[in-house]
Design a protein around this ligand. Structure first.
Ligand SMILES: NC(=O)c1ccc[n+]([C@@H]2O[C@H](COP(=O)([O-])OP(=O)(O)OC[C@H]3O[C@@H](n4cnc5c(N)ncnc54)[C@H](OP(=O)(O)O)[C@@H]3O)[C@@H](O)[C@H]2O)c1
Length: 269
């Protein structure tokens, strides 16, 4: 049995607790830390998981999942430093924080695994991308993969690729929301009532996502299958190309990667 403590049970922390319980972990194997008593009581009532302080979490849990906002990390590291050891595994869900930050602030040889999750974790459909820090071994990565697979898919990359990952899957859901929003506007333009347009576009998005995920067929093949000669879809595609949508996506994702690198510099030694 691996005991897991979630440090900071906000949206992502709660989603992880909930996913771990749905995946078969027992409430006794889980605990969390939280600043506000009211919020802590609410979570304990809902999930049957206990709220603890950081020293208790470090003493009783092998895995410490850090799920506070990146700007709140300093007090958490100050609390962890005197109480963690190499029998703990730190799993950081904090966007942009390098494993080196933890390695500098925590005692020598504490293993750290960095994760870039994304918000679909709240519905059990996260894309979590993990990287090993200096002291993390194969068994640590395997354990993190097992934990996060209860809330979605998991992929490993070298830590140097985490800024690109942040731009792709970290921010990725926002690009799809943006696209859906624009397509709903198009429905309004064509005189379709908003609630109907929303239903048509959201279900089309869900259907298209399921086809890609479940059939394993490449998106190009799926698109070609609905693009008939001189048909309606190719007329729309011509306009997307004319307006540079593909180039805009390449530039947008590159800009997000650059911003992630810039934010990360604040935490370099
Ligand atoms: N790729 C993505 O889209 C993505 C998505 C989500 C999250 N993330 C990462 O996941 C992490 C959590 O994000 P979130 O959206 O879940 O944020 P959130 O809802 O603000 O959750 C953070 C939680 O930590 C608590 N907290 C802060 N300092 C604490 C401390 N010293 N001790 C105990 N609890 C403390 C906060 O309490 P208060 O309410 O009192 O502040 C809050 O409940 C972030 O680091 C973020 O970068 C990435």
């Amino acid at each position: 049995m691996t005991t897991i403590a979630v440090l900071g049970a906000g949206k992502i922390g709660e989603a992880l607790l909930s996913g771990l319980l749905s995946g078969g972990r027992r409430p006794e194997e889980l605990m969390f830390t939280e600043r506000y008593e009211e919020r802590a009581a609410e979570l304990t009532k809902q999930y049957g998981v206990r709220a603890v302080d950081v020293p208790t979490a470090a003493a009783e849990a092998e895995v410490l999942v850090v799920a506070v906002k990146p700007q709140d990390i300093d007090p958490v590291l100050d609390e962890l430093a005197p109480v963690v050891s190499d029998r703990n595994l730190i799993v950081s869900l904090c966007a942009g924080l390098p494993t080196g930050l933890y390695e500098r602030k925590l005692p020598d040889s504490v293993p750290v695994v960095r994760v870039m999750p994304n918000t679909p974790m709240v519905v059990g459909k996260a894309m979590s991308v993990i990287s090993a820090g200096k002291h993390a071994r194969a068994q640590h990565l395997e354990l993190v993969e097992e934990l996060l697979s209860s809330v979605g898919e998991v992929v490993r990359v070298p830590e140097a690729q985490q800024d690109a990952v942040t731009a792709l899957s970290g921010s990725g859901p926002a690009y799809f929301f943006y696209l859906v929003e624009a397509m709903i506007d198009a429905g309004i333009l064509l005189g379709i009532p908003r609630n109907v347009a929303e239903k048509l576009i959201i279900q089309s998005a869900v259907g298209a996502a399921a086809m890609m995920a479940e059939t394993g067929t490449h998106p190009v093949i799926l698109r070609e299958a609905v693009t008939s000669p001189a048909g309606t879809t190719i007329m729309a595609i011509r306009e997307l190309e004319r307006h540079g949508v593909r180039a805009a996506l390449l530039a947008a994702i590159e800009a997000a990667r650059d911003r992630s690198q810039e934010l990360g510099k604040a935490h370099e030694a």
